[in-house]
Design a protein around this ligand. Sequence first.
Ligand SMILES: [Mn+2]
Length: 302
Amino acid sequence: MNIDNILNKLKNKETIETNDLKLLLEKGSELLKNESNIVQVTAPVAIVGDVHGQFYDLLKLFEINGDVGDKKYIFLGDYVNRGTFSILSFCYLLALKVKFPDQIIMLRGNHECRPICELYGLKTEIERLYSNTDPLDWFIETFYTLPLGAVINNSILCIHGGISELIETINDIETIDRFQEVPKIGKFTDLLWSDPTEEVEMYKESPRGAGRLFGKKALNEFLEKNSLTLIVRSHMFVEEGYKYHFGEEKCLTIFSSPKYCYSCNNVGAVLNIDQDLNRSLKVFEAVPDEERDLSFVKEVKK
Ligand SMILES: [Mn+2]
């Protein structure tokens, strides 16, 4: 497998051959499984939220913010489903991981699991582009190896969802067995599904049916206990691409799927953290519909 060839093919929106797909997912898994649940990262670094198969917008993000290799990135999960190009989006990022293992950190989102991928896009895409659904198993196995969080300069925690009563310390995340399906309840679930809320100070039930809602006091207690200054998370649609919660700058949502599902009226955002931990946010609009070439999707490759 020549990783530069694979990257070029993906960038040209070509469907990669079954053998290459299998090798790429295996090679990516090997790297990911050796990372701990929480990856330690040194700034400067850029942080990206949900991608959801919007591959054209992902390429645009790299165009406006710089390429992996020239700068370091943390992706907060939810690479697949909803959008049209789940396979391209995840494989492109994974190929970058294979080429630049230390320059891209890929975290697990709640969409990186079997039940959601069977319902919301990835499975359908695999059925359309490959002769059987074996690749779905390879994707799922790879998802099981994705780490769960990153800590930048011992100060900024990056996760997909949020915290709960079960997650009081970073060590509570380190002790999760991540090499499996996301359970229905428990700290693994909460980490990937929880959202901030202004409704309570501590915690309450989430309307999503999984994870918890966490309030300002819960956040501040968590930050203090772990000597952190900020949680960066994604998981939640925000119209401006980013949103600080609780009237402070200690919990930030980043959402990076502009014109979400090709229908919402939102921009995407990326957060850049410099070496002194100064933050700057960049927002970007979706690639116009007429510039999204869908022809290859219709071309069934059996
Ligand atoms: Mn999510």
